[in-house]
Design a binder for this molecule. Sequence first.
Ligand code: ADP
Length: 177
Amino acid sequence: MQNRIHIQEGDITAMEVDVIVNAANPSLLGGGGVDGAIHRAAGPALLAACKVVRQQQGECAPGHAVITEAGQLRAKAVIHTVGPIWRGGSDNEAQLLGDAYRNSLQLVSANGYRSVAFPAISTGIYGYPKAAAAQIAMDTVSDYLTRHPLPEQVYFVCYDEENARLYQRLLTQRFPV
Ligand code: ADP
């Protein structure tokens, strides 16, 4: 199990994995942060695919996830999930953040993909405290992997040093060397 979870520092758009997860907003029509970076790297085909989903099912609620093609990215698909906006912690944020990871993983498995890269969902513009969010990410992914053969490999992509440090500490706690 410990060799199925990896931490990678840097830009998620450069990841060579089957699926890149986007921390989207409910409109699915792009935004700032990692969402903007993914749309810039993927090109207009990704926005077009998002618009189709949007027409079919409307907005994407917090905790939910949808899958599209990946445009010009090296990945085969992009999963767009919407994390919760941090409102102090008593607005079901923890449950919704776990749901965002779980529902993304379910789409990876259901489509037969073997590797996936996650950003630190909700820890940018949405303001979720980074330590608490990292704990939920690690717990939810670890729990899922114990019960499912796919994805084989999960990468947590940390764009800032604080997240990299937090994730590394959690991984070491979970799998001491
Ligand atoms: P949210 O609205 O869910 O908070 P953000 O995009 O604002 O989404 O931030 C989520 C996380 O993604 C933050 O930790 C931010 O540092 C990180 N991030 C921003 N750009 C990138 C990128 N190119 N690759 C990976 N992570 C990124």
